[in-house]
Each structure stands twice: as structure tokens, then as C-alpha cells.
Design a protein around this ligand. Structure first.
Ligand SMILES: Cc1ncc(COP(=O)(O)O)c(C=O)c1O
Length: 419
């Protein structure tokens, strides 16, 4: 019989196999200093384009003060226990009420982490007779939620309404046999490439098919829509989203998350979300911090304006210089280049070491072979000077990519990797 660990010793997995070349630099890098537009990486100043602090709240002095005072008042233990048992407070309730109002829903419920909360919400919304229809490019937390489902599930091609409709037809036939209902899941903004989910078109299908819509709006909350209520508001269909999800990990620059829906649905979920029933309540310092951040989202529209000033300058600057930024419709700014993985590594090294630009790099198997995706997250704390320096750097690295410099530099790496 095999040792359980035998496969682990042999194969580190699709990402883990790069560990010896990548760890500490391309993955698990250590960014140091205050969270802001400029931080330190391996002792060098870099412009940071890989932190989801959209509204620049992470290091806002008022936010830091409230966080510190809440930590002093409550410590990190309070309240002890799960919400249902001993971890419920007035402030949790207040935050839920304010969040519900902000996103235009009757009620909301706090989640101690977005990821587990999403998994659990998918799990709680469906029973074995129900059918899930979800976008094939969904975030891992949606996929994990779907994995828990004991009944049928169908994927539809990414943001492809024709494919969704085909699968809704199949799901409808099946639901007629099982006696269940249909849950459609999409995202407000797809975080890798930045396209918005086609919520308006999805909602229009409700006229023809009987389904409920669950939207993960992690990247849309605080960044899209007239008041920052997200992608549903931006597309004029917030009311038609049956269950809305957002995390505090992006625009709110914190930890925690929430779902919002009709009161009766939230009342059901709060008694059925296993990740909340059997886990410790969101810490009070995070609840107090979230109340402060939400107040700033509501009362300081300039935060979102500043963010979009940077987004627009960066995205239009890249386009003017002929870069391919795909079909983003959000702050997420992808730059697609052609090259091998070793070339991508040499290019990112050049960006960091010689140009002081830190951004995330995404390669195969996350995107097709031969493509390099540099993913940038603009924030309200960036400046137009940051954008200008970055555009200059990008032009320089493109020249070196095209004239074969990185191919030569990376030849040694390629040898090492046996490419
Ligand atoms: C689309 C999406 N959903 C859910 C999550 C998980 O949220 P959290 O970080 O609060 O666990 C993330 C990442 O933060 C995300 O990008």
C-alpha cells in the first residue's frame, strides 16, 4: 500500500512545482512598509499595483485610528463564540442594517471570511433536487460551494448568455423532473480580467426561465455604481439580484464579508450557514472598523472619484501606447503580452529591479500558454506620477520583450526548468 504522502513528495502540484524558482520573489513576495501606492520590496522602493485597497482606506489615518481604538477597547477576542450562541452584539446588527441599506436590500448578514461565507451560502441555498448553473470562470470560493452541492450543476461559458440560456433550458427540464429550483451564480466583476458579469442580460432571462440569481461582487462593491453599491447598481439591476455578496477585503481594506437579500432569505440563511453557525463571530474590532469604512464610502464620494481618475489615466495611457488590456470594464487592469514563462519571469524581474514597479504576474495554466498577464489594481492612493512612471516602464519592457532581451536573459532559467 502507498504512503499517503508519496504523491506529495513526488508532485508539488501545478503551482507548487515552480516553488524553487519562484518562491519569495514571484510568489510569496514580502512587501514591506505602510500599505500604500509605494512600498518596499527586498529593500527597494516600488510602486505597488497588486493590492486590492481600491479606495486607499488601508492606511487612512482616520481608519487606522478607529481600528486602533476598537482594538484597545475590545481586544481581538470579543465577542467569543459563534453568532448564534454567544457572539452576537448590537454593533453586528447595526453594521448589517447599514450594509443592507447601502446595497439596497432588506437585510444583510455578516460573514467572518468571504471565502467560507460564499461556500456556505451556495451550500445553504440549494438542496439535492435543485440545480446550479454557474459561470465557468467563477472564483474558487464559488466552485468550492458548488462542490458541496449533492444535486446537478451546469457551467456556462464565461459571460456567454447564449451558453447560459442553453444550460438554463437543460436545467429547467431537469428541475421539472426533480421538483427542485435553479440557482444561477455569476460575479459582479471577474477579478482576473476585469470584465463585469453580464448581470443585465442574465436578469433579462428571468422573464423566460424560473431561477434565482446569486452574485459575488467582491470587486464591484465600493468601486462601481453611482453610490458604490456595486455592479448591480451600475447595470441598473440591483433589485433583481436575489442574493448579493461582497467582501470587506477589497474596497473596505479589512477582513470579513456580507450577504444581502430579502429579509426572509437572510432569516433563513442565518440559521443555515454552516460556516457561521459553527465558527467564531466576526471580531468586534473588524465590525467597528467596517462601520467606519462604510461611513466613509457613503459620505466621501471623492474616494471613488480619485480611484477612477487613476483607473482612467492608467487604462487610457496603456491603450494609447498600444497595449492590449483586454475587455476590462472595471478597475482591474490586465496587460496581455506574448511570451514564455521564463520570459515573463525575466520581464517581471526587470520591472521590479530596474523600474521600481511591482505588479502581479499571471501565466499558464491560469491563462492560455504563451500569454503573460500583468495584472494591475489601481487605487485611490496612487498618483498621476505613479501612472506616468509605470507607463514609461511598460513601454521599456515591451521593447526588451520584443527585441529578445528577455529570451536571452531567461535562457538559463529555461535550461533549469527543462523547457
Ligand atoms: C471574487 C471573490 N470572491 C470572494 C473572495 C473571498 O473573499 P475573502 O478574502 O473575504 O475571503 C475573493 C477574494 O478576496 C474574491 O476575489
Amino acid at each position: 500500500m502507498k504512503d499517503l504522502f508519496a504523491k506529495i513528495y513526488k508532485d508539488k502540484g501545478p503551482l507548487g512545482k515552480w516553488a524553487s524558482q519562484a518562491e519569495g520573489y514571484f510568489v510569496f513576495p514580502k512587501l514591506e512598509g505602510e500599505i500604500s501606492n509605494r512600498m518596499k520590496f527586498q529593500g527597494k522602493d516600488v510602486i505597488t499595483w497588486s493590492i486590492n485597497d481600491y479606495l486607499g482606506l488601508a492606511n487612512n489615518p482616520e481608519v487606522r485610528k478607529v481600528d486602533a481604538e476598537a482594538a484597545a477597547a475590545y481586544g481581538s477576542a470579543y465577542p467569543m463564540g459563534a453568532r448564534m450562541m454567544s457572539g452576537h452584539t448590537d454593533l453586528h446588527e447595526q453594521l448589517q442594517n447599514e450594509l443592507a441599506e447601502f446595497v439596497g436590500k432588506e437585510a444583510s448578514y455578516l460573514l467572518n471570511f468571504g471565502y467560507q461565507g460564499m461556500v456556505s451560502t451556495v451550500d445553504a441555498l440549494v438542496s439535492k433536487d435543485d440545480i446550479i448553473v454557474y459561470d465557468v470562470d467563477s472564483h474558487a470560493c464559488i466552485i468550492d460551494g458548488v462542490r458541496l452541492h449533492m444535486g446537478k450543476r451546469f457551467t456556462f461559458k464565461h459571460n456567454d448568455i447564449e451558453s447560459l440560456e442553453k444550460n438554463l433550458e437543460r436545467a429547467t427540464k431537469m428541475a421539472e423532473q426533480t421538483g427542485g429550483g435553479i440557482l444561477v451564480i455569476s460575479e459582479g466583476v471577474f477579478g482576473m480580467r476585469g470584465e463585469q458579469g453580464k448581470l443585465k442580460e442574465i436578469v433579462a432571462l428571468k422573464k423566460k426561465y424560473n431561477f434565482r440569481l446569486f452574485v459575488d461582487d467582491a470587486h464591484g462593491f465600493g468601486t462601481l455604481g453611482a453610490t458604490g453599491a456595486g455592479a448591480g447598481q451600475e447595470q441598473g439591476v440591483q433589485d433583481e439580484i436575489d442574493v448579493y455578496f461582497a467582501t470587506f477585503a477589497k474596497s473596505m481594506a479589512s477582513t470579513g464579508a456580507f450577504i444581502a437579500a430579502d429579509k426572509e432569505i437572510i432569516d433563513y440563511l442565518k440559521y443555515n450557514l454552516r460556516s457561521q453557525m459553527f465558527a467564531k463571530s466576526l471580531q468586534m474590532q473588524l465590525v467597528v472598523g467596517a462601520l467606519k469604512r462604510l461611513d466613509m464610502l457613503r459620505t466621501m464620494p471623492e474616494l471613488k472619484q480619485n480611484l477612477w481618475k487613476i483607473v482612467n489615466a492608467l487604462q487610457s495611457g496603456l491603450k494609447e501606447r498600444g497595449f492590449d488590456i483586454g475587455s476590462t470594464q472595471s478597475c482591474v487592469t490586465p496587460v496581455y503580452l506574448k511570451g514564455s514563462i521564463p520570459e515573463a519571469m525575466a520581464l517581471v524581474k526587470d520591472l521590479r529591479e530596474n523600474h521600481g514597479i511591482f505588479c502581479s504576474i499571471v501565466v499558464y495554466p491560469v491563462i492560455p500558454k504563451g500569454l503573460i498577464l500583468l495584472r494591475m489594481i489601481p487605487t485611490a492612493s496612487h498618483t498621476l506620477q505613479d501612472v506616468e512612471e509605470t507607463l514609461e516602464a511598460f513601454s521599456a519592457i515591451r521593447t526588451r520583450l520584443e527585441d529578445g532581451t528577455y529570451k536571452r536573459v531567461s535562457a538559463k532559467l529555461m535550461e533549469l526548468m527543462g523547457e
